[in-house]
Design a protein around this ligand. Structure first.
Ligand SMILES: [Zn+2]
Length: 371
């Protein structure tokens, strides 16, 4: 067995972390090219500048368009060279972070990631997903290093829309089931090795944390309050799921997401929301025991994750749509990480079974609810 684990050099998380950025950067650099949207600059720029200045550092802003493309990476790379910066920071959501990461990789520059949402597990990883100008995925780039520092300010995350935290839980929900499948198949993970006990244990801890704290964390996020439950879930969504998927493995849940991402019907959904439905589909493919399926359905409905086609905004999807998604899911390389062969017909049937189970669960929940 070839065991490989990848992780960020340092992971720091606490309320108000943004105001300590300069202190945590330390010797990493003095002039920081900050990749962020104009909206993020408005919200966080002054505090970041103040924190850097207090440590004798300076920020140069690289205005980000909102899409991680070859062009946006080149733009950040050129601005870095022109401004005499000696490190890069990505402040924002997934695409901002991926742009900063790809630029830092091209330049060999130290990298700080400061996620402002907890909607996915990308911040800790070494992957950048580059899009073409039309928005389709053009390249998944594995960078040489994971971030030197991931700094998570839970106060900022608590201010973001609760739906984003919920989506992050959908992404994090897949981590254990995909690591388990990858361990069973012996498939190569994103780090190029195989899933060992460490990654599987982190993935299990991620799942247990979601079950224990997810519902409370979502309630607290609705009140924009940092609580222990919210802190635990942010840690699960960003760190445990990030290291868990990269060193554990990705399988059918993400392959189903890749399938859905080829159809316009999914454009209003977040990555984690589709991945959540991918988990249900994977459990159907695996013929998972009834108690595991109901545990997952119970969790998903408690944290507002869609469990049926209707909740995904695709009431009664056509057979053509389901076939197209199934074909694309099986064309995704990560489907091959499952411990058994999976055909498009298997995926189509599993998605229908997932929808039926989700719909029945919702109906039962409605019946059980006190009037
Ligand atoms: Zn994901």
């Amino acid at each position: 067995m070839e065991l490989i684990i990848r992780a960020p050099m340092r992971y720091v998380q606490f309320p108000g972390a943004l105001d300590q950025t300069g202190r945590y950067i330390g010797e990493m650099g003095r002039r920081v090219l900050v990749v962020c949207t104009d909206g993020s600059k408005k919200r966080f720029g002054a505090r970041l500048d103040k924190s850097l200045a207090a440590s004798g550092k300076q920020a140069c802003c690289s205005s980000f368009s909102g899409a991680c493309t070859l062009r946006s990476v080149e733009k950040a790379t050129e601005e870095y060279k022109a401004s005499g910066c000696d490190m890069i920071a990505g402040v924002g959501g997934g695409q901002t972070i991926d742009t900063a990461r790809a630029a830092a990789n091209a330049l060999g520059a130290p990298l700080l990631i400061l996620p402002t949402v907890a909607s996915n597990d990308a911040p800790c990883s070494a992957l950048s997903i580059l899009h073409d100008e039309a928005g389709a995925v053009a390249e998944i780039r594995v960078t040489k290093r994971n971030p030197d520092l991931v700094l998570v300010d839970t106060e900022i995350i608590a201010q973001s829309p609760p739906r984003l935290l919920s989506a992050g839980m959908g992404d994090a929900l897949s981590t254990f089931f995909e690591a388990r499948a990858s361990k069973a198949s012996g498939a190569r993970n994103m780090a190029g090795g195989q899933c060992g006990e460490t990654a599987l244990t982190l993935a299990r801890l991620c799942y247990d944390t979601l079950l224990r704290c997810g519902e409370t964390a979502l309630r607290d996020a609705g009140r924009k309050t940092v609580t222990p439950a919210l802190e635990q879930v942010v840690h699960a969504n960003i760190f445990l799921s990030g290291v868990g998927f990269e060193s554990g493995g990705v399988a059918a849940s993400h392959a189903v997401n890749d399938g859905f991402s080829t159809v316009p019907e999914s454009s209003r959904l977040y990555h984690g929301e589709i991945v959540g439905f991918g988990v249900l589909t994977q459990l159907m493919l695996e013929h998972a025991p009834e108690n595991e399926l109901s545990e997952v359905l119970d969790f998903m409905t408690r944290v507002n994750l869609p469990v049926s086609f209707a909740q995904l905004g695709m009431e009664k999807p056509s057979d053509a749509l389901l076939r197209s998604v199934s074909e694309a899911a099986c064309a995704s390389p990560v489907m091959k990480c499952m411990p058994f062969p999976v055909s498009p017909e298997d995926v189509r049937r599993a998605m229908l079974a997932a929808d039926a189970a989700g719909t029945a669960f919702l109906a039962q929940k409605k019946t059980d609810a006190p009037n």
